[in-house]
Design a protein around this ligand. Structure first.
Ligand SMILES: Cc1cc2nc3c(=O)[nH]c(=O)nc-3n(C[C@H](O)[C@H](O)[C@H](O)COP(=O)(O)O)c2cc1C
Length: 400
């Protein structure tokens, strides 16, 4: 891997891991020039960074003007990629708000070079709505993220916020510098999220799906070059980079949006589609009558997976379903694969304490009609990239 990156080191406890990152990158012939925030210099010394990177280290706008012949604009554009590692909560907040109050943030504002961010912070800082809002804004603006991971933190707490391993960050840098796009030219249609089936204008029937798995798959397929249409029920998630989002509310809307989005090379039905809708949802808010027992007549919704699996001129060459089960996983998954007529099925146990709905991890039973594989418990993002890699392998072995 060749290339040139600017590594911006923020002032967090994980800053020492940036030293290992520099070492790994240098071994791979990547030229690394580093910028340290003022706080970062309290965690690692510019001397160590300079010795490992073999390049001048920049700390302030002023020192840049004095020490090198390069100004901040030229520096920001001299690289193929800007990497922020570790990105502290404060640095992410400054970036999200467009501040340019030091060299690091001025560079980040003055560039149109791709940016990869590796956050590292205490779990509460990461989960704070302000940080989550900053994360969402940065992603929407096209920044790529690697991590953070779940795990034990330097402060002794446990949860998301841990810096990804330097090797994982190197991989992310590698794919940003020389993107491998085996799904280029393929259209992948993905459904995600729950559906909302109205009872009246203010009430609806829904389920616990967060949409996280479907959105992660959309992002992973787009990263491999696919043209991705994501038909999604209501979720709190930002649209993944490079993905066309079609927001819908009900199962019927989702069915119509999918049919409109066809043809596709691959369809992945990850949405938790409501099986039923209220036969007659009322136009006005239903009034409560004291003591009244209310019954709702429900009618079946369209079966999106079965419909899109049906043979026909527009059937995608690969149709993949998800099965959310609470018992007898393998038995129900095999039956669903046969009943729906799809090609592959990913079954997950959403019952009891599995925390799959809304959680960040998943445990998949993968069926392709011939074999059944148990994938180990892993982050939903990893399930997504494993599935996207399988798609790429499938399409590379089948002619168009
Ligand atoms: C010992 C220590 C460890 C810290 N670790 C982190 C951290 O891991 N992540 C983080 O977001 N902030 C951390 N902070 C707080 C940041 O140093 C602080 O918010 C600082 O302003 C960040 O500066 P920056 O914007 O230059 O990164 C830590 C502070 C101290 C004193």
């Amino acid at each position: 891997m060749a290339g040139r990156i600017i590594l911006i080191i923020g002032g967090g406890i994980a800053a020492y891991k940036a030293l290992e990152l520099i070492r790994l990158l240098r071994k791979r012939d990547v030229a690394v020039e580093c910028v340290l925030t003022d706080s970062a210099t309290h965690f690692v010394t510019p001397l160590s960074v300079q010795a490992l990177s073999g390049a001048p280290v920049h700390t302030t706008l002023l020192s840049l003007a004095e020490d090198s012949q390069m100004d901040h604009i030229a520096l920001s554009r001299s690289a193929d990629l800007l990497v922020v590692c570790p990105a502290t909560a404060n640095l992410m907040a400054r970036m999200a708000n467009g501040l340019a109050d030091d060299l690091a943030t001025t560079l980040l504002l003055a560039t149109d070079t791709p940016v990869l961010i590796a956050p590292a912070m205490n779990v509460r800082m990461w989960k704070h709505p302000a940080t989550q809002e900053n994360y969402r804004r940065l992603r929407e603006r096209g920044c790529d993220f690697v991590g953070p991971e779940d795990g034990e933190m330097a402060c002794g707490e446990f949860g998301p916020g841990r810096l990804s391993a330097p090797e994982t960050i190197v991989e992310a840098i590698e794919s940003a510098l020389s993107p491998h796009k085996p799904l280029t030219g393929r259209h992948v249609l993905i459904t995600a999220g729950p559906t909302h089936e109205p009872i009246d204008p203010v009430r609806f029937i829904a389920n616990h799906s967060s949409g996280k798995q479907g959105y992660a798959i959309a992002e992973a397929c787009a990263a491999l070059g696919a043209q991705v249409t994501l038909v999604s029920g209501p979720t709190a998630l930002p649209c993944p980079k490079g993905v066309t989002l079609v927001p819908v509310l009900t199962a019927s809307d989702m069915m119509a949006a999918c049919e409109k989005a066809l043809p596709a090379d691959c369809v992945i039905c990850a949405a938790a589609v409501g099986d039923w809708r209220v036969a007659q949802s009322s136009e006005q808010k239903r009034k409560k009558q004291p003591g009244e027992t209310v019954s709702l007549a429900l009618v079946e919704n369209p079966d999106i997976l079965a419909t899109l699996s049906r043979p026909g001129p527009h059937r995608a060459s690969l149709v993949i379903g998800f099965a959310a089960e609470t018992e007898s996983l393998e038995q129900h998954a095999k039956a669903k694969l046969a009943r729906k007529g799809c090609d592959w099925l990913l079954a997950n146990d959403v019952g009891g304490e599995s925390a799959v709905f809304g959680g960040d991890r998943n445990r998949i039973l993968f069926l392709n009609g011939e074999t059944v594989e148990t994938w180990p418990d892993m982050p939903k993002a990893e399930v997504a990239s494993l599935l996207a890699t399988r798609l790429a392998a499938h399409f590379s072995s089948t002619s168009r």
